[in-house]
Design a protein around this ligand. Structure first.
Ligand code: SAM
Ligand code: SF4
Length: 339
């Protein structure tokens, strides 16, 4: 956590003293996959074009965030951010901002084979690619699309382009791929990808998540330990990162586990989120949003936008509320919030 007094009012600080320096920007709610834990097979309503922020609006908001609000890192996500036609241009323009934020992209990897080089040239620093299985048939069952080979090709292209370190995000689903943790780790180590398992969260459009059914961080670590020796990395190395990391077989490889449900890291959270339609979210699980788009389109100057953003973050809740019996899943699914 940052010091509460860092640059006084010019940071996104909340009443618990947390300072947000990491901005997640969702570029679209659309996707070319239909991962069961994220989207329904069909029938999800897309945001309409006029509702989406334009490329100029996105760059302006990021400019305000880095120049007036202390944002140091920008992560593009979605939906599938590679589906955004102006992505390379947005990256290029954000790279030209002063101060220049670190920039990464969370993607399903489809299309990365074609775009990795251009993204690197535009100024993107690195990528997180989501891949839950090494088995094409399981991939098809989980994502409802037969695109496993495209993801592998995208990963290779990202590494080749120097978008390093290439991180791989994996979600394990009971009865589908929950036996794959050791295989995924062996494969990631072979390719020098940094693997992180993410506990499944209640953010699916179908509201089908059940705590009893989920694969926990404990299950994942037990499974990995059947083949690898894991040593916990020191907490000082974790900082505000959501992943707890383990050194594998004495190093140098590491594996991360993001235990958002069973070991939440809300007290160290340094995130603020912007949806593709210009709403600020203080948390993935927030049930309220703050409309920046209306201010933007109403002609608000940068200082006013910064003020609204600060006020929204000031009201950030202490935690996700997942452990509270009155927990309510947010209306928007993960694909529309921006993971
Ligand atoms: N489409 C891109 C992708 O899949 O990487 C970016 C958006 S996706 C919503 C971002 C990340 O959220 C992915 O790693 C995905 O596996 C993860 N995710 C989606 N739904 C989730 C859920 N219900 N619980 C945990 N992680 C989830
Ligand atoms: Fe698409 Fe990513 Fe959601 Fe899968 S997790 S459906 S790839 S947005």
């Amino acid at each position: 956590m940052r010091s509460a007094t860092r640059e006084g009012a010019h940071v996104l600080i909340d009443t618990y003293g947390r300072v947000a320096t990491d901005l997640r920007v969702s570029l679209t709610d659309r996707c070319n996959l239909r991962c069961a834990y994220c989207m329904p097979e069909e029938g999800l309503q897309w945001l309409s074009k006029p509702d989406l922020l334009t490329d100029d609006e996105i760059v302006r908001l990021i400019d305000v965030a880095v120049t007036s609000l202390g944002i140091e890192e920008v992560r593009f996500t979605g939906g599938e951010p590679l589906l955004r036609p102006g992505l390379v241009g947005i990256v290029e323009r954000v790279a030209a901002l002063a101060p220049r934020p670190r920039m990464s992209l969370t993607t399903n990897g489809i299309g990365l084979r074609r775009t990795a080089e251009a993204l690197k040239t535009a100024g993107l620093d690195r990528v997180n690619v989501s891949l839950d299985t090494l088995r094409p048939d399981v991939f098809k069952a989980l994502t409802r699309r037969d695109r496993h080979h495209d993801v592998l090709a995208g990963l290779a292209a990202a590494a080749e382009a120097g978008l390093l370190p290439v991180k791989v995000n994996a979600v394990l689903i009971p009865g589908l791929n929950d036996d794959e943790a050791p295989d995924l780790l062996a494969w990631a180590m072979e390719h020098a990808y940094e693997l992180r398992f993410i506990e499944q969260m209640p953010l699916d459009a179908q509201h089908g998540w059940k705590r009893e059914g989920m694969v926990t961080a404990g299950d994942i670590l037990d499974s990995l330990r059947t083949r690898f020796e894991l040593t916990a990395e020191g907490s000082e190395e974790r900082g505000s990162a959501p992943a707890e990391r383990w050194i594998v077989d004495g190093g140098p490889h590491r594996v991360g586990v993001i235990a958002s449900v069973t070991r939440p890291f809300c007290a160290a959270c340094d995130r603020t989120r912007l949806t593709a339609d210009g709403q600020i979210r203080t948390c993935l699980f927030a049930t309220e949003e703050t409309d920046l788009r209306a201010a933007l389109r109403g002609g608000a100057p940068d200082e006013e936008i910064a003020r609204i953003w600060r006020l929204a973050m000031w009201g950030k809740k202490a935690g996700s509320g997942l452990d509270d019996p009155s927990f309510l899943q947010p209306d928007r699914p993960m694909s529309a919030i921006g993971g």
